[in-house]
Ligand binder design. Structure first.
Ligand code: NAP
Length: 299
């Protein structure tokens, strides 16, 4: 991982012992709401699997306390935190440095504290791409990709996807102007088009991969599907960011069409894996993390 070298000092002197100078590694996640988050169970399993002393806790932080909470990260000597809805954009105002990718995406989900200097990263998009390549589509270069939706998650994914040099990325959104704006903003990063959902009939026959980044089909609306199943080309790859349910209506329909399917669980696990690697300099124990999330979903 690119950032690994930056953390050699941590790995050598501190992370091996737990946290700073033998203190436990303090980690957490802030959001509003936060009680549903699977990050604590996943990172607790990761610390355990690596034999690192520390804790990862959920913190319910309201918008009007966000700046204070970030000051608390410095004051209490947290090694890092994750940031989730609704703070991923505003939190950028309170950090010392923003990684280039996170700045372009416009959102931070991971903060690393290096001796009081807070750096913000976005691991959602690269986490998704790592999961997609490992689990469903090893080669993305030259592929024609349709991304449904252009919200916050789509920004991270499209940015990371464009680093893989796909042949063409088409972003289709219910509010077409948002998809077109994204395509204009990132025209310099690769071949990118924006359109409305009503234009999909022209796009779909040409695609190798469909990625659903909309919330359509998410629990409790598990019967909803962002596409008419007859529109799904046969034997392509279909991926859904949603992981509750693990197999959405879109993925069920795609499976019937002979497609390779890919769920959002991997994205969740790998965004966490990148964060863990930023904080510890260790290779994340991905299978232990995945198993912990799956076990907690079945409880
Ligand atoms: P967001 O910023 O609110 O964006 C939601 C997107 O869905 C927008 O493009 C919106 O279109 C579209 N949409 C919502 N309802 C729709 C409907 N009824 N018909 C058509 N389009 C609709 O949300 P987000 O943060 O990007 O999250 C999107 C999804 O990704 C959620 O299901 C979330 O759970 C999932 N996610 C998964 C992970 C993971 O780790 N697996 C991480 C992040 C997010 P408009 O612009 O027209 O409103």
């Amino acid at each position: 991982m690119g950032e690994q070298a930056n953390h050699e000092k941590w790995e050598g002197e501190q992370a091996r012992e737990g946290g700073r100078a033998g203190q436990p590694l303090l980690l957490g996640v802030i959001g509003d709401p936060i009680q549903h988050s699977k990050s604590p169970v996943m990172h607790t399993a990761a610390l355990k699997a690596c034999g690192l002393a520390g804790a990862y806790l959920p913190f319910h932080v309201k918008g009007n306390r966000l700046e204070e909470a970030i000051r608390g990260v410095r004051a209490l000597g947290f090694r890092g935190i994750n940031v989730t809805v609704p703070h991923k954009v505003e939190v950028m105002d309170y950090l010392d440095r923003i990684d280039e990718g996170a700045r372009l995406i416009g959102a931070v989900n991971t903060i690393v504290n290096d001796d009081g200097v807070l750096t913000g990263y976005n691991t959602d998009g690269i986490g998704y791409i790592r999961s997609l390549k490992e689990e469903a589509a090893p080669e993305l270069r030259g592929k024609r990709v349709l991304v449904l939706g252009s919200g916050g998650a789509a920004r991270g994914i499209v940015y990371a996807l464009l680093q893989e040099e796909p042949g063409l990325v088409t972003v289709a959104n219910r509010t077409a102007v948002k998809a077109r704006e994204m395509a204009n903003e990132w025209a310099h990063l690769g071949r990118l088009n924006g359109c409305g959902m009503e234009e999909l009939d022209e796009v779909l026959p040409e695609v190798d991969l469909i990625i659903n980044t909309t919330s359509v089909g998410m629990h409790p609306h598990v019967g909803d599907c962002p596409l008419d199943s007859r529109q799904i080309p046969e034997e392509i790859v279909v991926s859904d960011l949603i992981y509750n349910p693990l197999k959405t209506e879109l993925l069920q329909q795609a499976e019937v069409r002979g497609c390779t399917i890919h769920s959002g669980l991997g994205m969740f696990v790998y965004q966490g894996a990148y964060a863990f690697e930023h904080w510890t300099g260790r290779t994340a124990p991905v299978e232990a993390m995945r198993a912990a999330v799956l076990a907690s979903m079945h409880q």
